[in-house]
Design a protein around this ligand. Structure first.
Ligand code: BJ8
Length: 425
């Protein structure tokens, strides 16, 4: 264990032994899944480095920022507007956990049949193994689904400075007004935390930085439309995951560099996998680090993932904020406009999501859709049946997968996926 980082984690009050066990799981998963891939773009070296230092150097950077007077804000959902956080010179980091941890302890606080996004978040906190939540000056929750809404009442007792945002459930005028009111309340909370007044020039700058990050991801997504796909779905997913941790300016540069390399690959007809490999669109639930299970099985079973209709993917990065406004109110309105288009399954009705899946299926020249859901997530599980029927009526091959973070069903999933790819061929 790196002595310097060990002292840093100790300073954050973390449990070093438990953390070491978590890091081992992360490193092993990374070795077996990522480093085992062939034909990766050289630019992925940057993301390999970020992953190797995700609890080391990146945390040191955040602590240095705190030392210099800046604040760190953690969030579990992409409804938390990074533009407002950046406008106050603070840093937003994602807190979603993609691996089970301290499950026995968690189940003393939450019902066993709580989804695998909520339980691990509690497990990481109870186990004292996440340097991001331990570094955060404010943790933002949101009442999206019922599971999150109720569990934040309990997390409130474990996390100092917990803030909960009210999110509308319908795309009505009242819903939009609620989102605007909540973003204004959040702006005030961020101003109070940071001691910085957010004016129009600051907010404009925040919008520009985040838009650039999204534009770089749009460029990467556009390149994945080529056949052969120039980058594996696993590598593209990693880039989308790092989006939530990295310094935004450095991240933007790194994505643009990899895109330059991918453009050259496309010109030469090179791909991560051969031309004609079945192309898969994953739709559904967001995949947080180190949840690489499904794309790993897909890409070792003879197909390639070309897009993710997911919060860690296109649902998260679709649409920019209009930068043209000059007053604070115009810019806040533009932020609300952008975020109100997010088609999370917590909305009712949520017709836009099906349109986006169909749009992406065409644009990415996909051969089939895999609807991915974690156990006990009612919003996405219920929507998955509607989506399956709608895709089938259009003769689009679709497979519904419901799983968890364990590796117990890997064999069974592989068999189902291989059969699905045979059908597509
Ligand atoms: S915008 S998808 S990040 S809420 S999996 S906790 S819905 S029971 S994650 Fe999400 Fe924001 Fe929506 Fe995206 Fe509940 Fe389902 Fe669990 Fe979920």
């Amino acid at each position: 264990m790196n002595e310097r980082w060990k002292r840093m984690w100790e300073g954050l009050g973390m449990d070093l032994e438990a953390h070491d066990a978590l890091l081992e799981v992360l490193r092993k998963g990374y070795r077996d899944i990522y480093l085992a891939q062939k034909n990766r773009p050289e630019g992925m070296g940057y993301f390999d480095f970020v992953m190797s230092e995700v609890h080391g150097l990146r945390i040191k950077e955040l602590l240095d920022e705190k030392e210099a007077g800046r604040k760190v804000i953690g969030a579990f959902c992409l409804f938390v507007p990074e533009e407002i956080v950046r406008a106050a010179d603070a840093t937003l980091v994602g807190l979603c956990a993609g691996a089970d941890f301290a499950t026995e302890e968690v189940e003393k606080l939450l019902p066993r049949n709580t989804c695998s996004l909520i339980k691990p978040a509690f497990g990481f906190k109870l186990g004292k193994v996440c340097p991001y939540i331990e570094s955060a000056d404010m943790v933002v929750g949101e009442n999206t689904c019922d599971g999150k809404k109720k569990s934040y009442e309990i997390l409130n007792d474990l996390v100092p400075n917990m803030y909960v945002m009210d999110i509308p459930q319908m795309k009505s005028a009242e819903g939009r007004a609620l989102l605007k009111a909540e973003y204004l309340r959040f702006k005030e909370a961020v101003e109070k935390l940071t001691g910085t007044t957010i004016d129009a020039p600051r907010l404009k700058k925040g919008i520009e930085v985040v838009n650039k990050k999204r534009k770089a991801i749009h460029r990467l997504s556009g390149l994945r439309k080529a056949d052969p796909a120039p980058i594996s779905g696993l590598d593209a997913l990693l880039a989308n995951q790092v989006y939530f941790y990295d310094d935004p300016v450095r991240f933007t540069d790194s994505i643009n560099k990899i895109c330059d390399e991918l453009e050259a690959r496309i010109d030469k007809g090179e791909g991560a996998m051969p031309k004609g490999t079945p192309r898969i669109l994953i739709s559904g639930y967001p995949m947080a680090v180190p949840n690489w299970k499904l794309p790993w099985i897909i890409e070792t079973a003879g197909a390639v993932v070309v897009g993710e209709e997911s919060c860690v993917g296109e649902r998260g990065t679709r649409n920019l904020v209009d930068e043209s406004g000059s007053t604070l109110d115009e810019l806040i309105e533009a932020i609300v406009d952008r975020y109100f288009k997010i088609d999370c399954a917590i909305f009712t009705p949520n017709r836009d999501r099906l349109d986006h899946i169909l749009e992406m299926f065409e644009a990415y020249q996909a051969d089939g859709v895999i609807h991915y859901c974690l156990q006990f997530c009612q919003p996405y599980l219920i929507e998955s049946m509607v989506i399956e029927k709608a895709l089938e009526t259009k003769n689009i091959p679709v497979l519904r997968i419901e799983t968890d973070y364990t590796s117990e069903d890997v064999g069974q999933l592989r068999t189902r996926l291989e059969a699905f790819f045979e059908l597509i061929k």
